[in-house]
Design a protein around this ligand. Structure first.
Ligand code: 5GP
Ligand code: ZN
Length: 135
C-alpha cells in the first residue's frame, strides 16, 4: 500500500534491521524500542490489523513470534511481552498489522495493565454469551 511505512520496509524502499524473513512475513527491530531488542513481526502483504489479517497469516506470524522470542533469549531478558495494537484507540500508530515482541527486565518501569476494571454480579456470563455468539 502506498505511503505505508511497513510496506516500504517490505519493498526495501526504506532500511530496517531484519532478524528473520520468509515469503509471507518479516521480523525487524523497532526503531523506537521500549527495550533493546524490541522486535516487530509483520505480514509482507498489507492488512490493517488483526481483524483484516487472514487466520493463516496470523498463525504464521505467531510462529515467527515464537522463533524470535527464542532468539531474544540471547539478550538474557527477565521476561518477554507479546503485544498487538489494533486500531487507534488501542494505540496503533502504523496501520499495517504487526506484533510487538518486547524483552522485559525486572524494574524496567513498564506498568502491568491488569485490574483496571471489575465485573458486576452476573456480568461475566452475559459478556461471554455475547462474545461466543459472535465467534
Ligand atoms: P504501534 O503503535 O502501531 O503498535 O507500533 C508501531 C511501531 O512501529 C512503533 O513501536 C514504532 O517505534 C515502530 N516504527 C515506526 N516507524 C518505524 C520505522 O520506520 N522503522 C522501524 N523499524 N520501526 C518503526
Ligand atoms: Zn503496509
Amino acid at each position: 500500500m502506498e505511503n505505508c511505512i511497513f510496506c516500504k520496509i517490505v519493498k526495501e524502499e526504506i532500511p530496517a534491521t531484519k532478524l528473520y524473513e520468509d515469503s509471507e512475513a518479516l521480523a525487524f527491530l523497532d526503531i523506537n524500542p521500549i527495550n533493546i531488542g524490541h522486535t516487530l513481526v509483520i505480514p509482507k502483504k498489507h492488512f490493517k490489523n488483526i481483524l483484516e489479517t487472514p487466520e493463516d497469516i496470523m498463525a504464521h506470524m505467531m510462529k515467527i513470534v515464537k522463533k524470535v522470542s527464542h532468539g531474544l533469549e540471547a539478550l538474557k531478558p527477565d521476561g518477554i511481552n507479546i503485544k498487538m495494537n489494533n486500531k487507534e484507540a488501542a494505540g496503533q500508530d502504523v496501520f499495517h498489522s504487526h506484533i510487538h515482541i518486547m524483552p522485559r527486565y525486572k524494574g524496567d518501569g513498564f506498568e502491568p495493565w491488569h485490574s483496571k476494571t471489575k465485573y458486576k454480579e452476573g456480568q461475566k456470563e452475559e459478556i461471554a454469551k455475547k462474545i461466543i455468539s459472535a465467534l
